[in-house]
Design a protein around this ligand. Sequence first.
Ligand code: 2M8
Length: 459
Amino acid sequence: MSTDTAAADAAPDLATAAAAAAVLRRNDLGGWTKAAPALYPHQWSWDSAFIAVGWAHLDIGRAVRELRTLFAAQWATGMVPHIVFNPAVPAGGYFPDAARWECAALSPAAPPAPAATSGLCQPPVHAIAAHRIWQVAQNGSEADAATARASLDELYPRLLAWHRYLATARDPEGSGLVTIYHPWESGTDNSPRWDAAMAAVAVGDVPPYVRADLRHVADPSQRPTMEEYDRYLWLVELLKRAHYDDAAITRAHPFLVKDVLFSAVLVAANDALGEIAAVVGAADAERATIAGWAERGRRALAERWDPALGLCLDYDLRTGAPLATRTVAGFAPLVAGGLGADRLAALLASFDSPAFLGNPRLQWPLPPSTSPTDPGFRSRSYWRGPTWPFMTWLLWWALGRAGHPERAAALRRTGLAQLADGRFAEYYEPFTGEPLGSADQSWTAAVALDWLAGEDGGT
Ligand code: 2M8
């Protein structure tokens, strides 16, 4: 290839990198990054982890600070809250706001006011992020490497407490799978994954509320419905009545679901935490505990395999029934890693099938959040169909880790092609490619930066 051709090939990537960096800088509020400029003006837990990975390619110190800020709001139970509220956001800027959650007033485990958080959590991507930042820093200056190394000492005990909370309070049965109390905890809020379990929730009197999200999207079909919001808010009321106490919630809450994607992220995060434990010289007993959590999670995910769908399924703890839907969460065992050859081949066959990347109507061969063949599929509605770039990143990372660098490279190239319009949308209509939700979504920009740094081998 001539030097001129190589330069022409690199030009769109350089433009994407510059635009992605500008998104993070615009959404940066110093120690943390807004998930999106207007729709999400606070710090979200799993967004922050992906965002920190993006920052690592711009500024290692800033990447570390992102995680530090989030963990400063960790609850005494070890839970990392799903939202840390920005006190500068005026009333009505986002709903439900800190005043609706009332965490500090209701739970002794919540950080005391004026800190304010939600009373839920989200998938634990943080150890994966901390480990990746440390790896990126190995290729930088000595000062960067030292900053990243020191961050592991600081974060390790906090990450361990977070994972311990998930392995105990969120899995009192010791099943290896994490129980979620609310679809918001899954991060895939209105996915058809939750339709059956949510339909069984009898909604009581929800105190009046005004949604803020609909002001920030072009049309309401892109967001959850009013009926879905009523159910979300009713579950919040019940969690408040239980004072956010895990034991009380486990006894009586009407939505208790074993989430396979959340659990798989925890397995992969335990692998990363095991690596961090080795770096910081943690005690052997702790390292064995972490490895045990990962193994238990892998075994439990293997048991949730549905051979007919070729996917892994969530299940409803209250009924014991599997939640049979075709969504991206079905690839949970790929995210967890450590699969035998047969199960990996079966998962990849589903991945390539017309239910997912092989669907002829897709604009790009990228994983839709819900399969177009699922009855709950809606092409424009949030987690019911659109493609989410950070989810593509997670599967790309998993494919590299599973020993499929060529597949990973193809996914990365297609993922970057989708982002070349410079919009960094929250999600994309899978058939037309229309950008939907918020523009300038931070984690979309962050994964572009990580892809552009370009290793497909998995870490
Ligand atoms: C979405 O969730 C929030 C509630 O937590 C919302 O709809 O208002 C989800 O996509 C979630 O996964 C994400 O972390 C959050 C911020 O990007 O937005």
